[in-house]
Design a protein around this ligand. Structure first.
Ligand code: NAP
Length: 365
């Protein structure tokens, strides 16, 4: 069966390697292009990339020759794992040249005509694609996924927000070192330590990403959700998996059982469509008193690293309730999030034709 050709921009980096790993054996997509900086272009992937993930580099990519990050590769979708210093312009060049860009970088997340997407949360925001193509005169388009800590926070809040209205959120994040890329934070800085600052992170959570993700699409734009968030973001000495302590106040205070029910009954579109990378269920509630923990639970669920794990729900003396949220930062919080976005685009017909595999893999509920 013919698969959809995809490329990875920034393929040698921390997130780029995750793309390569997650795309290996994907039922719909096959990698036909790997791109990196001028330092790496022209080299074999195996020579230019210091593979940092568990397991071997997939044999299918070892001999691929890295290309520069410029339009030309033979593929329909490009996944962008580029640093924000370069992502903005390069992604625009690809979209203008007709490619579908699924980006991890922050550059276009807040553009009013670019979807910031979590397939479970706001699939209707895909309507922005037509707005974007019209406004910019592009044949292709850009979609983005949120920052890693926002992804899991908003995934946990969404089922609660639609039922009870989230009014105020207080969140303290404990973010893994892999979130800073490779080699990232120096071991001398992070071992035996917590760094109580991650540049730009609190601003993204307090003012930008959750509001757009939970906002309403009105046919021409997204009206941001009206909620107040206070965030403290910390870098801690775990390798993967961001843990977040969350307190929430609602418009209408639910009971504790109603909150649990909202998470347990959560079966959004991505799960109904049975997208290949959609975890079943999207949210796992762990009842054990000392869970979730990053080392033990970041790969929980049917698709390792794609679910959001919640635990320790209890009343909060300041706001209404508090709980813990855990999610993998480079899988669902980065490459896996983009991959699921691309699967949603295919399933919703944004690649312009019905693919044979959709009939087999995707079943509407
Ligand atoms: P990284 O490890 O530093 O990798 C950067 C990649 O971009 C490498 O492949 C590098 O190629 C390439 N590159 C660097 N400069 C370039 C240039 N001028 N032109 C073309 N390619 C260039 O970064 P990362 O941690 O994977 O992050 C990638 C993006 O994802 C960032 O925007 C980041 O904010 C975002 N993100 C990261 C995480 C996470 O958990 N790490 C989570 C969410 C989002 P060479 O090897 O040739 O230098």
């Amino acid at each position: 069966m013919e698969k959809i050709k995809v490329g990875v921009l920034g393929a040698t980096g921390a997130v780029g390697q995750r793309f390569v790993q997650l795309l290996e054996g994907h039922p719909w997509f096959e990698i036909t292009a790997l791109c990196a900086s001028e330092r790496s272009a022209g080299k074999r992937y195996a020579d230019a990339c210091r593979w940092n993930l568990r397991g071997d580099m997939p044999a299918s990519v070892r001999d691929m020759v890295l290309l520069p990050c410029e339009p030309g590769p033979d593929c329909q979708i490009v996944f962008s794992a580029l640093p924000s210093e370069t992502a903005g312009e390069i992604e625009e060049e690809f979209a203008a040249a007709g490619y579908i860009v699924c980006s991890n970088a922050r550059n276009h997340r807040y553009d009013p005509d670019v979807p910031l997407l979590i397939p479970e949360v706001n699939p209707e925001h895909l309507g922005l694609i037509e707005v974007q193509k019209r406004a910019r005169g592009w044949h292709g388009f850009i979609t983005t996924n949120p920052n890693c800590s926002t992804t899991h926070l908003v995934s946990a809040l969404h089922p609660l927000h639609v039922r009870f209205g989230v009014k105020k959120v207080f969140v303290v994040t404990m973010q893994a070192v892999s979130g800073a890329g490779y080699p990232g934070v120096s071991s001398m800085d992070i071992l035996d330590n917590v760094i109580p600052y991650i540049g730009g992170e609190e601003e993204k959570i307090e003012h930008k990403e959750p509001h757009k993700l939970l906002g309403a699409f009105d046919g021409s734009g997204v009206r941001p959700a009206d909620l107040l968030i206070s965030a403290h973001c910390n870098r801690v000495a775990t390798r993967n998996g961001h843990l977040e302590a969350v307190s929430v106040e609602f418009v209408e205070k639910p009971t504790l059982d109603q909150l649990l029910e909202a998470w347990r009954d959560y079966t959004p579109l991505a799960q109904q469509l049975r997208l290949p990378s959609a975890p079943q269920p999207a949210i796992i509630y762990d009842e054990r008193p000392d869970r979730p923990q990053p080392r033990l639970d970041r790969m929980a669920g049917s698709i390792p690293g794609m679910a959001t794990v919640i635990g320790r729900l209890r009343p909060d003396p300041l706001l209404h309730y508090k709980f813990m949220v855990l999610g993998h930062n480079t899988i669902r919080g980065a490459a896996g999030g983009s991959l699921l976005n691309a699967e949603l685009l295919v399933a919703q017909g944004y690649l312009g034709r019905t693919h044979a595999f959709l009939a087999e893999s995707v079943q509407m509920a």
